[in-house]
Write a protein that binds this ligand. Structure first.
Ligand SMILES: *Cc1c(COP(=O)(O)O)cnc(C)c1O
Length: 456
């Protein structure tokens, strides 16, 4: 029997899957109890399996989808591109989607970012930014700058450089012997603020440690890398924009680059098109991926300044060029999906609609604040997180082995909502096409799941 004849019902496909696939971010043994869910099609905020069961995609398929599954407009753009050029190398050649997308990204990102270097996923964008910053200082004769400052609880991807720049122990600890050393500053994450302290006051206070680290180590530091406003993979912990303003000023004063990893928070997630806008700052490097293509295709871009670009621009024999490459750099299909995504931002008032949706999310989630096992509800725009704890007064977490958050996720699936809590943090990060009833459903089902998961 050829594979074309294989059955494709839910059960059959899950069984075939478990014979040959190895899934990302998964203990495969967990699938003995809960096999992977085969998805046949998607439409808007919904996914559908082979039995016709539907799941509301409340996490935008790992934070990538912005305007729904099978969006007619993005579909048409990618299909049209497919008729003319699927791919060409971007060294020595160029193509219209790559040029137009770079022009448009330069136009919409914070001022001063005038060059676009493409990669093909978020981790590789982070690698590009780290290497470019280091190499910039080398080209400037500052050969002692070899280190990076990162934030506690940050996440920048899974490749070795990106993993080294991050700090989530669950993903990092095992590989530590393989990773470059970084300098780590305490996170401005406001979960830990004093009960009567504002987000702003706490983020300011946390900056004092960063300030000291910069003062002591600037001579050996290439760049500080941060996720602006929300440490997404770090359990959706959030901080105040003032931290970014202070950081920009200090990086300038100490001669250190600022890398903003907006792979998760870019493209409207936090309420502004880019999170850096809320602090009124421009980074030296801006990393974009995930929502860049509306959730269609793997593509990434690193935006940087003319000052950085010029430090590499020289006669070939001087060997100053940035010789980094990925085979699928600037893939035309991905660029076309990104252009269609930007068209939607330009022609529809997405950010205004998102403000209304965010307010609706806040209103529906508010009653959860009184739940005896909810320590905090926090929100930046279209990201809302609910942190579960064993002891509310002491903010004592549940033993992680109990996997309470996972129980919430399993309950939600049984009710047709796709949630994927991070540890015991239940969060919502829906596509922007979600409507008010769907928001109501998503939060009601999560609340039920939280009740059940915290019962014993
Ligand atoms: C997802 C993510 C990455 C890594 O992107 P991949 O495409 O998964 O490699 C890096 N930084 C942040 C902030 C992310 O959320």
């Amino acid at each position: 029997m050829s594979s074309h004849d294989e059955p494709t019902g839910n059960k059959a496909l899950a069984e075939r899957d478990l014979r040959v696939l190895w899934h990302p971010c998964t203990q495969m043994k967990d699938h003995e109890a809960h096999p992977p869910i085969p998805i046949r099609r998607g439409s808007g905020a919904w996914l559908e399996d082979f039995a016709g069961r539907r799941y509301l995609d409340a996490i935008s398929s790992w934070w990538v989808n912005l305007f729904g599954h099978a969006n007619p407009r993005i579909n048409a753009a990618v299909a049209a591109q497919l008729e003319t050029l699927e791919h060409v190398l971007l060294a020595g050649f160029t193509h219209e989607p790559a040029v137009t997308l770079a022009e448009r990204l330069v136009a919409i990102t914070p001022p001063g970012l005038s060059r676009c270097f493409y990669a093909d996923n978020g981790s590789s964008a982070v690698e590009v930014a780290l290497k470019m910053s280091f190499h910039y200082w080398q080209n400037q004769g500052q050969t002692g700058k070899t280190k990076f400052i990162t934030l506690e609880n940050s996440y920048h991807g899974e490749t070795l450089g990106a993993l080294a720049a991050g700090d989530v122990a669950l993903y990092k600890a095992t590989y530590r012997p393989l990773l470059m050393e970084t300098l780590t500053a305490p996170s401005p994450d406001c979960f830990h603020r004093a009960p009567d302290e504002s987000w702003e006051a706490y983020s300011r206070r946390r900056f004092e440690d960063m300030q000291r680290l910069l003062a002591r180590h600037a001579h050996e530091v290439c760049a500080v890398i941060v996720e602006p406003l929300v440490q997404c993979a770090g359990y959706m912990r959030m901080y105040h924009p003032v931290y970014l303003s202070l950081l920009r000023e200090a990086c300038d004063r100490h001669g250190v680059h600022l890398i903003a990893d907006e792979i998760a928070v870019g493209f409207g997630r936090t309420g502004t098109l880019f999170a850096c806008e809320q602090a009124g700052i421009s980074p030296d490097f801006l990393c974009l991926s995930k929502g860049l293509t509306g959730g269609y295709l793997p593509l990434a871009a690193v935006l940087t300044t003319d000052a950085v670009y010029q430090a590499f621009y020289d006669d070939y024999e001087r060997l100053r060029a940035f010789l980094h490459s990925h085979s699928y750099t600037g893939n035309p299909l991905g660029c076309r999906a990104a252009l269609a995504t930007l068209d939607i931002f330009e022609e529809e008032d997405v950010l205004a609609r998102n403000r209304a949706l965010s307010a609706r999310m806040a209103r529906h989630a508010a009653p959860l604040a009184d739940h005896p096992h909810v320590a905090e509800i926090r929100q930046h725009g279209m990201i809302l997180a609910v942190e579960l704890v064993q002891d509310k007064a002491a903010r004592k977490p549940y033993p992680w082995q109990e996997r309470r958050g996972r129980r919430v996720g399993q309950h939600a699936l049984s009710r047709g909502v796709l949630l994927r809590p991070l540890g015991d943090v239940v969060y919502f990060m829906p596509p922007y096409v979600i409507d008010e009833e769907e928001i109501e459903l998503m939060i009601r089902v999560a609340a039920e799941g939280i009740d059940r998961a915290c019962k014993d």
